[in-house]
Design a protein around this ligand. Structure first.
Ligand code: GLA
Length: 392
């Protein structure tokens, strides 16, 4: 009987046995990615400096533990045997040396490649090389793979990403698999067993509400998340793209609002600013423990848009222990006055303690209305905790 079972297992196609590595992202991954500030201008020195700055700035302590090298690390072609090779000038000691450094500093090592024949910046893509590339990543100590979608030709997204997942699984080193397919084929409908996170849109860019053919400001990216909340959860997150917090074209209010709303969305928190040079104000946003705790709440529920009026969007997120987060976002260019009569938030049951998270101030209970102003493009972020019944 045992032999029969073994025989049956051996006869199963490899793809049936393959799966994603489970349990690697119980809460949304946090880290830093090179793309938003540096584009393809990445090298070993930069990555090491950034890792050091992530430690000295308190970012690592705040939970940002993946450092992801995006497009630009590769040489222009594979070697004669078909192996991926890093650019010898930028990464003269190879990628394992970078991984070793990151691991030594307590980080996990992330890398980028593409499901097509070439990456979006023209470096060798993974198509047709998935299993051998996965073995190379494993030998370099890679813990996280962001896998892009440029130059995919007529490839089917679901099949292509499954092939890479199977390659990673066969290579045997647990890797968080980040699908960067821009939401083109609705990965939220099929990627739950393929990756740990999937992009829901095209690229974010360094602004509040600009847009061009390739990229959108965060206000528009936010809107595209409406309705996707039901597809996210532990180990399978919607990814509304990386953080632009602290980037030059965002005001502090816009950075604060962007960060708050990404936390309500249970978004992966991938900082993209130059952490070697960030201001104290930007650092205070990115490392605010109470706000990060909303993103990382163990219940693992993505928040949703509860209400929208011009100048007033309300986004809410259910948290563990009956708590809620509520983010009031002024998307207009004028200051708005808000009066919150808490029972109007129909999901609340009973009385709650109200805390203004950014002000770090307790405001009493939901029995009392809240009155306040919200500056243009800014938010007020509340945490609501059920009032405990008085001890008998
Ligand atoms: C695509 C991705 C970006 C980035 C670039 C790199 O545009 O969506 O996040 O990885 O490719 O070329």
């Amino acid at each position: 009987m045992k032999r029969l079972v073994l025989l049956l297992i051996l006869c199963l196609p490899a793809s049936i046995l393959a799966q994603k590595f489970a349990g690697l992202a119980p809460t949304p991954p946090m880290g830093w990615n090179s793309w938003n500030t540096f584009g393809v201008n990445v090298d070993e020195k930069l990555i090491k400096e950034m890792a050091d700055a992530m430690v000295s700035s308190g970012m690592q302590k705040a939970g940002y533990n993946y450092i992801v090298i995006d497009d630009g690390w590769e040489d222009m072609a594979r070697d004669k045997q078909g192996n991926l090779i890093p650019d010898p000038k930028r990464f003269p000691n190879g990628m394992k040396a970078v991984g070793d450094y990151l691991h030594l500093k307590g980080f996990k090592f992330g890398i980028h490649n593409c499901a097509g024949t070439k990456t979006c910046s023209g470096f060798p893509g993974g198509r047709g090389h998935e299993f051998e590339d996965a073995r190379a990543y494993a030998s370099w100590g890679v813990d996280y793979l962001k896998y892009d979608w440029c130059n995919h030709g007529t490839a089917n997204a679901e099949e292509t990403y499954k092939t890479m997942r199977d390659g990673l699984y066969a290579a045997g080193r647990p890797v968080v698999f980040s699908l960067c397919e821009w939401g083109n084929n609705k990965p939220w409908l099929w990627a739950q067993d393929v990756g740990h996170l999937w992009r829901t849109t095209g690229d974010i860019t360094d602004c509040y509400e600009c847009q061009d053919v390739y990229a959108l400001g965060w206000k528009y990216i936010l809107k595209l998340q409406i309705g996707l909340e039901k597809y996210a959860g532990p180990d399978h997150w919607n990814d509304p793209d990386m953080l632009e917090v602290g980037m030059p074209k965002l005001s502090l209010a816009e950075s604060r609002a962007h960060f708050s709303l990404w936390c309500i969305l249970a978004a992966p928190l991938m900082a993209g600013n130059d952490v070697r040079k960030m201001s104290d104000e930007v650092r205070a946003i990115l490392t605010n423990q109470e706000v990060i705790a909303i993103d990382q709440d163990p219940l693992g529920k993505q928040g949703y848009q509860f209400m929208e009026h011009p100048g007033k969007q309300i986004w809410v997120k259910e948290l563990s222990d009956g708590k809620w987060a509520a983010c009031f976002f002024n998307d207009s260019d004028e200051k708005v006055r808000v009066r919150v009569h808490w029972p109007h938030l129909s999901f609340l049951k009973g009385d709650y303690e109200v805390r203004d998270v950014w002000q770090a101030k307790n405001l009493g209970t939901t029995a009392k209305n809240f009155d306040g102003d919200i500056a243009p493009h800014d938010v007020i972020l509340f945490k609501l905790s059920p009032v405990k019944p008085a001890a008998p």
